[in-house]
Write a protein that binds this ligand. Structure first.
Ligand code: PMP
Length: 366
């Protein structure tokens, strides 16, 4: 078992794009207050958890899951308000749907256009699929740079554009007129990723009736069901039928199917929690703004992007971790994110803990 011969064989066989990648890193979080991954902070109340577990009793785990769980699809479509004539395709998280789309569109020479900074999986998955990646920086206020995007479209004719709306990690929505203009100018497919829709309240779903080259991506991950891994893609059935060919037959496991259906039957609970998170977002933003030297960007999502005084982000990230709180240090990830941290909105108590620790670090008081 020689290491040298393994390395030689990897070099000889592996696609160079894969060799050049770094794996998606999830930092260890054991024992820490987890405010780095935009999860919903509320566990299910006791009674509801009992009911859910009772519903799983007798499940036949010896059988494969339903390949097309029609009832679940209907429940999701009803809840989302899918426009008439549009279909819905399920994925093992929205990440899997991004992967499916990318694999299907990765003709030789095809590329994806991304306004950056944005969700890091768009470029990772594109590279794995063999697509070229074209980055166009957002404006300094994190809006779309429409002239630069148009120029990139002219030059590269991208097969695909991903627009996260609200965007991660900048947290805001894009201006609707600019978004619309960009969709209109796109020569290929446009995917508007509405992972944070429950906290934004504004959607492009009605535009599906006008644009056959538009698809909308949603997920249950941000509303309290990240552990289930269920995302869905909404759009013209002809597109979805093509992607469905590349989907693995049983991509949504039985426990996810049943649990998601149960959760959707209690959708009022999910909506109530999203509303509580929006209230907390407002309070946390106000309090963060009061900290010395901190800039807080407007958020339409369940997280907040903040900018610290120059050079402070790595130390603040470390100090928070010392205090038992995990947030995301996005400093260094993109020139527009210099000195920035991204924090998930938690419960009132969690947000208090975050504020106290950050205040102590920035003011030098313990
Ligand atoms: N889209 C965006 C914009 C995200 O920020 C995330 C999660 N960080 C996802 C998609 C991934 O969602 P899922 O858990 O459904 O794969």
């Amino acid at each position: 078992r020689s290491t040298a011969s393994t390395a030689a064989r990897i070099d000889a066989l592996l696609r160079p794009e894969i060799r050049a990648l770094s794996a998606y890193h999830v930092p260890p979080a054991a024992g820490l207050l987890k405010l780095d991954a935009m999860e919903n902070p509320y566990p299910w109340p006791g009674g509801l958890e009992e009911e859910w577990l009772a519903g799983l009793r007798g499940v036949e785990l010896n059988r494969y899951p339903l390949p097309h769980p029609a009832e679940l699809v209907q429940a999701l479509a009803r809840q989302a308000g899918v426009p008439p004539g549009c279909g819905l395709l399920l994925g093992n998280g929205s990440d899997e749907l991004i992967q499916l789309i990318d694999i299907c569109l990765a003709r030789p020479g095809a590329s994806v256009l991304l306004p950056t900074p944005t969700f890091s999986m768009y470029s990772l998955i594109a590279r794995v699929a063999g697509l070229g990646v074209i980055d166009v920086p957002l404006r300094a206020d994190f809006g779309l740079d429409l002239p630069a995007m148009r120029a990139a479209i002219e030059r590269h004719q991208p097969a695909l554009i991903y627009l996260a709306c609200p965007n991660n990690p900048t947290a805001g929505l894009f201006d609707p007129a600019e978004l619309r203009a960009l969709i209109g100018a796109a020569p290929g497919l446009v995917v508007v990723d509405e992972a944070y829709f429950p906290f934004a309240g504004r959607s492009v779903l009605p535009w599906l009736l006008e644009f056959n080259h538009l698809l909308v991506l949603r997920t249950l991950s941000k509303v309290g069901l990240a552990g289930l891994r269920l995302g869905y893609l909404i759009g013209h059935p002809d597109w979805l039928a093509q992607f469905d060919k590349a989907r693995l037959p049983y991509n949504i496991n039985t426990l996810t199917q049943l649990s998601a259906q149960f959760a959707l039957a209690h959708a009022d609970r999910l909506a109530g929690e999203a509303a509580r998170i929006c209230e907390q977002r407002h309070r946390l933003s106000q309090e963060l703004k009061a900290l010395p030297g901190v800039t807080v960007y407007p958020s339409d999502a369940n997280f907040i992007l903040l900018r610290l005084p120059p050079g402070q982000a790595p130390a603040a990230h470390g100090a928070l971790q010392q205090a038992g709180i995990l947030v995301k240090n996005v400093h260094g990830g993109h020139p527009l994110l210099t000195d920035c941290l991204r924090v998930t909105v938690g419960t009132a108590a969690e947000n208090e803990a975050l504020l106290a620790a950050l205040r102590a670090h920035l003011t030098g008081t313990v």
